[in-house]
Ligand binder design. Structure first.
Ligand code: SF4
Length: 105
């Protein structure tokens, strides 16, 4: 788990003219997934996308695929991001479903 600024310089998609366009919904998923497949920061990217509810392809998975990840995994990631100070201040995250739900192990 790292700040996005620490791992994004090493991303395979960095060479795209506008890296943000790489993730956008509607892009050919097979091309994006191919680029992600051997990305050295894939796990960091995937964690970031899950926690921040990003859209499109991140970490080699579509939004739909990321939604299939076990909710416990997502909860743990969100808590770790929040406690580590890695959670970005973004309005759409204010209503994150795990915000008020304590983790019970
Ligand atoms: S895993 Fe894919 S979307 Fe994420 S940084 Fe790497 S190339 Fe970009």
């Amino acid at each position: 788990m790292k700040h996005r600024s620490e791992w994004s310089p090493f991303a395979n998609c960095k060479g795209y003219q506008n890296p943000e366009d790489f993730h956008t919904k509607g892009r050919d998923a097979s091309i994006a997934k191919l680029v992600c497949k051997h990305c050295p920061v894939r796990i960091d990217c995937l964690e970031y996308a899950v926690v921040h509810k990003e859209r499109g392809i991140w970490g080699g998975l579509t939004e739909r695929e990321r939604r299939k990840l076990p909710s416990m995994v997502v909860e743990v990631l969100v808590i770790q991001y929040r406690e580590g100070g890695y959670l970005e201040e973004r309005p759409e995250l204010d209503s994150h479903p795990v915000e008020s739900k304590p983790l019970s192990l």
